[in-house]
Design a protein around this ligand. Structure first.
Ligand SMILES: [Mg+2]
Length: 528
């Protein structure tokens, strides 16, 4: 979001590349690297080398979020006398006004950063230091011969303290990499150069953390992380569109673009719905249908009347998909069983506030954060969210508001939770909450718009998906409804700030299939 503000203010910059690497840089700075914004030159720090330096706006956003400089400063991007230029400048004390705290490497000429990282990694090894070096390279950048010279060198020196992350967004400059200079078979190439290669979805924080943890455990080899990403991820009309490689959006679009980044909606099929058992098949079908995450309801027959499955089942299912697992623990004494679910490699673990006090929750969230798992809290339809939750908003990623009474699949949605959702959402945001509100229970195509409008951004759908004979079609229908809800919201915002027709023009190809539901057919048709 900071990146788009900066680019729009500057009138130039590289939005596409900033978005494709947003989660990678955010995860490194906020969850993974050892560093201290107050002491950028700290001897024990891990290093980040942004070799594909064109993603500077996203890089600056990550540095600002990590505390290296005020987030407000992003608005000076590419301005005369700003420290934040189009290509980042390495920090040095005697040039403080022209260099950026936290930046280790002056980038801009592509292809060089990996070699620099090898130098740093070798020096650290020689000094017997434990610091790690992370380097972000681009796939367009991989056309440079120097990348492959570096690829040969790192394994020779057994640089197990080096992780190169390839932002594989498949677009370079004004075209697709595979048209301009094909890179595939990429994995085989790096394997042949003797690297440890891990391939992940580069927009999934959970997968990034897990891959980095695995890389850090390995000895004698450098690791290449192929992070499959989408250029322009998050803004639909920029997504996968080479046009937006280096073009700034008009400044007046900024509020609507920011709203879009905040309005992403995830479809989470709940596998206990429909026929009992055969969970593997249900997970596979959800993935094929295009679900964003898998919702797993663990019921112990004590906190709720039913029993479903436990950590051993979650562990078995983990092997068949890389979709994030959103594990909803409807169990008494969640702390006693937590480790089993951590070991089962869940991505989000949510506990009910009816089953734990603040003291227990603090232990739970600390254990989860240490393991790279997102903590969540859930509240039943007729329970209030206790005040203590609001003092932990910084560490909570998900708040589940139950829209049915927990314990059974196939119940009817309780509309009274909608005003509650609005109220809790507002209070959470007032306390700095940046995570998701998740609506769980009875969500279907008919009520999705209302639930979305009430602020929920993870939508758990059980019977609406698995009660249907066409699971794929059911997920597509929910996605369609979510897209309608999002576009309606954005058009309303654009109208309010006086850019309605401008917005509809830039968005035309996305709005056409939704036009009749949005009741904008005539208006859209008239736009040239
Ligand atoms: Mg649930």
């Amino acid at each position: 979001m900071l990146a788009i503000q900066g680019i729009a203010e500057a009138g130039s910059g590289h939005p596409g590349a900033s978005f494709s690497a947003a989660e990678i840089m955010g995860t490194l700075y906020l969850r993974k690297m050892k560093h201290d914004p107050l002491k950028p030159g700290w001897n024990e720090r891990d290093y980040f080398i942004n070799s594909k330096a064109h993603s500077a706006p996203g890089y600056y956003a990550a540095l600002a979020m990590a505390g290296y400089f005020p987030t407000e400063e992003i608005k000076t991007l590419r301005k005369i006398n700003s420290r934040l230029q189009g290509h980042p400048v390495r920090y040095s004390e005697h040039q403080k006004h022209h260099s950026v705290p936290g930046v280790e490497y002056s980038g801009g000429s592509e292809g060089i950063g990996l070699s620099v990282s090898i130098g740093i990694a070798m020096a650290n090894k020689l000094d017997g230091k434990k610091n790690r070096v992370y380097t972000l390279i681009g796939d367009g950048e991989s056309n440079e011969g120097q990348i492959w010279e570096a690829a040969m060198a790192a394994p020779k020196f057994q640089l197990d303290n080096l992780v190169a992350i390839l932002d594989r967004n498949r677009i370079q400059q004004d075209g697709f990499t595979e048209d301009i200079m094909p890179l595939d078979p990429l994995r085989d190439k790096w394997l042949a150069f003797n690297w440890n290669v891990i391939e992940i979805d580069g927009h999934k924080v959970e997968q990034i953390i897990d891959a980095l943890n695995r890389a850090n455990q390995l000895e004698d080899k450098p690791t290449l992380l192929i992070a499959n990403t989408i250029k322009g991820n998050g803004i639909k009309h920029m997504t996968n569109n080479p046009q937006w490689h280096g073009k700034a959006p008009p400044r007046k679009h900024t509020p609507v673009l920011l709203q879009e980044l905040e309005s992403e909606c995830l479809i989470a099929p709940s596998i206990i719905a429909g026929e009992r058992e055969n969970y593997e098949e249900k997970v596979r079908k959800a993935e094929r249908g295009g679900a964003d995450i898998i919702h797993l309801d663990v019921m112990d027959g004590r906190f709720v009347p039913n029993t479903t499955f436990f950590a051993d089942t979650v562990r078995k299912l983990r092997h068949i998909t890389s979709l994030p697992f959103d594990v909803h623990l409807m169990i008494e004494d969640p702390l006693d069983h937590l480790q089993d679910y951590i070991d089962a490699r869940c991505d989000i673990i949510t506990v009910h506030i009816e089953t734990c006090q603040e003291k227990e929750f603090i232990t739970i969230k600390e254990k989860l954060l240490d393991s790279g798992i997102s903590p969540g809290v859930a509240v039943n339809p007729f329970t209030e969210l206790p005040d203590w939750v609001y003092s932990h908003t910084e560490d909570i990623d998900v708040v589940i508001i139950m829209s049915v009474n927990p314990g059974y699949a196939g119940q009817k949605f309780i509309p009274e939770v909608l005003p509650k959702m609005v109220k809790i959402g507002r209070m959470l945001r007032d306390h700095g909450y940046k995570g998701y509100i998740e609506a769980d229970g009875g969500i279907d195509a008919a009520n999705l718009q209302q639930v979305y409008d009430s602020g929920a951004r993870i939508l758990v759908a059980g019977s609406a998906v698995y009660g249907s004979s066409d699971i794929h079609g059911a997920i597509i229908q929910l996605r369609h409804k979510a897209n309608v809800a999002l576009e309606r919201r954005l058009i309303e915002h654009a109208t309010k700030i006086g850019i309605r027709s401008d917005w509809m023009k830039i968005r035309k190809h996305i709005l056409i299939p939704l036009a009749s539901e949005l009741e904008i057919e005539g208006e859209l048709h008239a736009i040239k």
